[in-house]
Ligand binder design. Structure first.
Ligand code: ATP
Length: 237
């Protein structure tokens, strides 16, 4: 579903991605784990067609993004780290706006579906500016999912929200796997361990490990109880 091969991105003299490769199968939740500056956002921006790579290839649902970027965008729902909301729109108006932009066949019905999915129906007539940060993240998820994309890409979806809302957003992400392939980034180890089927660890623009949380833990099982945390620290020293 997601195939990334030898992706390189240079910003002038700075190499942000240095030949990364990874994949995600249909219905998997894959976590991109890495410290600040590891290259997570750059990877996601390339996958969503926001900017081209310097070299390398990306195929989403079998389509090469360099060959047909518009077709790829139909397949992808993207929630950036800071959800670009319009504060003076209502919740319903904002999601409807995105449904129409993305060419949903029955936009109002699509809006109803995602507002119900993310528990926003009772706020549908509220102004976006009145929402808490956690509710805005759920609105971001609704916006990303309104055209029912096969692939959902979420950049640090739980950053800056309180613990209860973190749990709600994680549960919402987990529920997506029934119908979507999910790639999400985080630098919170426990979150990745809880939510993901597989983890790709990025460090300074390279993939330093890939596998299930359990596989990654056993790779370093010199001690009996190696945790993902131990693996991460060892690989990113
Ligand atoms: P964070 O968790 O802080 O968002 P990240 O893993 O998402 O980090 P990126 O934002 O992809 O990392 O950045 C990777 C590297 O590329 C960093 O060294 C960053 O400074 C650099 N970089 C990112 N965007 C640009 C840009 N527009 N111009 C120049 N350098 C950039």
């Amino acid at each position: 579903m997601i195939e990334v091969e030898q992706l390189v991105k240079r910003y002038g003299a700075r190499t942000a991605l240095n030949g990364i490769s990874f994949h995600a199968k249909q219905g998997e939740i894959v976590g991109l784990l890495g410290a600040n500056g590891a290259g997570k956002t750059t990877t996601m921006r390339i996958l969503t067609g926001f900017m081209p790579p310097t070299s390398g290839s990306v195929r989403l649902n079998g389509i090469d993004i360099s060959v047909d970027p518009f077709a790829v965008r139909q397949q992808v729902g993207y929630m950036p780290e800071r959800v670009p909301v319009y504060p003076d729109m209502t919740v319903q108006g904002f999601v409807l706006f995105w449904a129409r932009l993305r060419g949903a066949a029955q936009p109002m019905q699509a809006v109803e579906t995602v507002l119900a999915q993310f528990n926003l129906l009772d706020r549908r007539h509220h102004l976006v500016r009145s929402l808490s940060k956690g509710l805005r993240q759920r609105l971001g998820l609704a916006q990303a999912l309104v055209h029912q994309p096969a692939i959902v890409i979420l950049d640090e979806p739980t950053i800056g929200i309180d613990p209860r809302q973190v749990i709600e957003v994680r549960e919402a992400i987990h529920a997506l796997k029934a119908q979507h392939t999910v790639l999400f980034s985080s630098h919170i180890l426990s979150e990745v361990e809880q939510v993901c089927d597989r983890v790709v660890i990025l460090h300074e623009g390279r993939v330093v490990a890939e596998g299930t949380p359990a596989e990654l833990s056993t790779r370093l099982r010199t001690k009996k109880e190696a945790r993902l945390e131990d693996v991460y620290l060892a690989l990113t020293q």
